[in-house]
Design a binder for this molecule. Structure first.
Ligand SMILES: C[S@@+](CC[C@H](N)C(=O)[O-])C[C@H]1O[C@@H](n2cnc3c(N)ncnc32)[C@H](O)[C@@H]1O
Length: 237
């Protein structure tokens, strides 16, 4: 770990502007989901682009203290912790969990460790949610072929990013995320949707922000949302 986001915070926020339409779109969806609810935003990065005043309570959790400190409002509860082990959050205490553009940063030294991280994050989220809780995930997604290629070059990518003292990023395909959501949230409804992206985009925003910009149609990833609604107390573990 290089405390990566502590270092890139300024550049990250300077370059996020090209995703303004995407975040506007996400704001509409999220605002409608959080009314009067206890919300936990995992990997929030202090980037509160939605109207959290609609929520009953807002908790933001991140591994980077510098990112968390981006938000200064006293109403916001800040938790500095790893998403894979959220001991500071009480079990069955949250109505809705958001994980926005964070899963691809929660990984490990190998593909296997990345899948373990994904499973740990999802099962911790399940533990913290109330029996009829919801989870809304937004992720850049690779198609199956690019996903396979990225898997094959995992160790090489890890090595190169390590040389640049940058943390690993690993994008999942839709199938893998769906598979693990459905196995962890066994009694639940899952809806997967596409979210449009347009204009010129910084494809390396979370690794080397500000280095390049490309037209959105050249982006190797598509943006998908995964909305899960747990179905009652029979799902509580
Ligand atoms: C690309 S940023 C996304 C921030 C924000 N959600 C947004 O959409 O702008 C990813 C965030 O995930 C956080 N993160 C990375 N690994 C984490 C982990 N294991 N546990 C909690 N947060 C983590 C980073 O510190 C960073 O703030």
């Amino acid at each position: 770990m290089h405390n990566h986001f502590n270092k890139i915070k300024k550049k990250y926020f300077n370059n996020i502007g090209d995703k303004i339409n995407l975040y506007k779109e996400l704001k509409k969806i999220i605002d409608s989901l959080l009314v009067n609810k206890i919300v936990l935003d995992i990997g929030s990065g202090g980037h509160l682009f939605y109207d959290y005043s609609l929520a009953k309570k807002i908790i933001i959790l991140d591994l980077s203290k510098t990112m968390l400190d981006e938000s200064s409002n006293k109403e916001i509860v800040k938790v500095y912790q790893d998403a894979r082990n959220m001991t500071k959050i009480k079990d069955k205490s949250v109505d809705i969990i958001l994980i926005i553009f964070a899963l691809h940063h929660i990984n490990g030294k190998s593909y296997k460790e990345s899948v373990i991280s994904l499973k740990k994050t999802l099962s911790e989220a399940d533990k913290k949610l109330l029996p009829d809780g919801e989870i809304f995930i937004v992720e850049p997604i690779l198609n199956d072929l690019l996903f396979l290629f990225q898997k094959l070059i995992y160790k090489l990518t890890f090595f190169i990013l390590n040389v640049f003292k940058t943390d690993m990023v690993f994008f999942f395909n839709e199938k893998t995320i769906k598979k693990h959501i459905l196995s962890i949230f066994s009694n639940s409804n899952l809806e997967v949707s596409n979210i449009k992206i347009n204009g010129w985009i910084d494809p390396l925003l979370g690794t080397f922000p500000g280095l390049i910009k490309i037209p959105s149609f050249f982006m190797p990833t598509s943006i998908k949302s995964f909305y899960v609604k747990k179905l009652g107390s029979s799902n509580s573990k």
